[in-house]
Design a protein around this ligand. Structure first.
Ligand code: SF4
Ligand code: SF4
Length: 431
């Protein structure tokens, strides 16, 4: 078996201690807090008011324009508030629903046709977005302006700890491959590549067997377990040998890259008429008593997940929404799960790397690790000096925020934070 990869990157401890933990249903809380901004683009407009009754699958906020996404209730019950609440990256309007415990469902009407336009419309009305974290509305991504000849499903899941995509592949390989085939059809292609790291042999076996049993036209591309194998440009290079130009997009080399969970949700929307209001996620880390893979309804608060997983340990010093490399450290647990929440990590002191940063010693380890061939130490230094024009000259905008530099840095410099700051300032000042 040929194992493919990309240049540079780093080896990280996988810590995937939930890889053999099947997805289990997380009991829904008494109240869910559903954000109207779970995607890139304009927030959805609330379509319900306090006192309204809803079912799981009722549209509660409608997409506002083309680059936006519908939002659905994840439980049955009644709307008790429409209010602004904080999110890991800012704040957003949330629709607060009291769960009546009946779990009555509201489905979308069955599709009358499977032509490209009807399927794209279904993806849009079901509120499907990129579920790997980006949250870009799927109906926009799969109507590309440039010609596409290759579609890749990114099943690398290279971030430590996270295993929910892995479990989807093991437990729902047919649904994932079928959803991917539907998306390939929307792109006018009759096959696709699925790139999966070689540390998931059970997932590879499940994919091979679903492919053979159902005659699904795809190439299962086995990739070396290396970080950030799941970054879009690195995935494209590893599976096709094509290089996305600096500052360019996958479409510049005729490629669209999709996500495992997005493919699963497309299958669910097209075949089962189910809109997106529930997802798989991983709760893990040495700071939680029972690490688990869960099916979770959107709007479930992190504190409810914590309780369902036996609570945080006394040694828990850091909570991260997302993976340890690209996620966001958060204060407290008063946040709710969205369509893009793939993991909540509770890190113990030993895992959290809470050392104080020291001055740069010019060792260049960050540059050696950077898969985008940047000089992170210079971007860090210029950003801290407030010289964002120079940070831009050193390629800050090409940073994919993978965290390889910070991970490799012996001085424990928080380089990704500096790069994120530089990117924000460059955009704000239109440098
Ligand atoms: S500079 Fe950006 S792309 Fe390069 S290693 Fe750091 S985070 Fe990754
Ligand atoms: S790895 Fe850290 S210490 Fe070494 S050059 Fe980069 S920023 Fe400086």
């Amino acid at each position: 078996m040929q194992v493919k990869t990309f240049k540079k990157g780093i080896r990280v401890p996988h810590n995937k201690r939930t890889e053999d933990s099947p997805l289990v249903e997380c009991c829904a809380p008494n109240t869910v807090y559903i954000s109207v901004s779970q995607h890139i683009g304009k927030p959805a407009t609330p379509a319900v008011a306090v006192g309204d009754s809803v079912k799981a699958g009722t549209l509660i906020a409608a997409a506002d324009g083309a680059v936006s996404s519908n939002i659905f209730s994840s439980v049955s019950g009644s709307v008790v508030a429409v209010e602004k609440r904080k999110t890991p990256t800012g704040s957003a309007v949330h629709i607060v629903i009291e769960n009546d415990g009946k779990y009555e469902e509201q489905k979308l009407p069955p599709l009358k046709s499977r032509d490209k336009e009807s399927v794209l419309k279904r993806i849009s009305e079901a509120g499907i977005v990129g579920m790997g974290g980006a949250g870009f509305p799927t109906h926009v991504k799969y109507a590309p302006k440039a010609p596409v000849d290759t579609f890749i499903i990114n099943a690398a899941e290279c971030e430590p700890y996270i295993t929910c995509d892995h479990r989807l592949l093991v437990e729902h390989a047919f649904e994932v491959l079928s959803g991917a085939a539907i998306l390939a059809g929307v792109l006018g292609l009759d096959g696709f590549i699925i790139g999966v790291e070689d540390n998931k042999p059970d997932a590879i076996r499940a994919l091979e067997s679903a492919k053979a049993e159902h005659g699904i036209k795809c190439e299962i591309s086995v990739l070396k377990s290396k970080y950030p194998q799941g970054a879009e440009k690195q995935m494209i290079f590893a599976t096709t040998g094509r290089k996305v130009p600096v500052g360019g997009l996958p479409s510049d080399v005729g490629v669209v890259v999709g996500n495992v969970h997005t493919a699963y949700s497309v299958y669910d929307a097209v075949e089962n008429n189910t809109p997106l209001y529930r997802r798989a996620l991983t709760v893990c880390g040495g700071g939680i008593h029972e690490a688990k893979n869960l099916w979770v309804r959107t709007g479930t608060r992190y504190s409810d997940l914590d309780a369902f997983c036996g609570g945080a340990t006394d040694d828990c010093v850091k909570i991260i929404s997302g993976g340890p490399m690209m996620g966001f450290a958060i204060e407290g647990e008063d946040y709710s799960v969205t369509k893009t929440t793939g993991a909540i990590l509770y890190l113990s002191r030993a895992e959290a790397n809470v050392l104080q940063p020291k001055p740069c010693i010019n060792c260049a380890k960050c540059a050696k690790a950077c898969p985008m061939n940047l000089m992170p130490m210079y971007i860090d230094a210029y950003a801290l000096r407030g010289d964002f024009a120079s940070a831009k000259k050193y390629g800050a905008m090409n940073c994919i925020e993978c965290g390889c530099c910070a991970y490799s840095c012996p001085a424990k410099r928080p380089i990704v934070q500096s790069v994120r700051l530089a990117k924000r300032k460059i955009k704000e000042a239109k440098l």
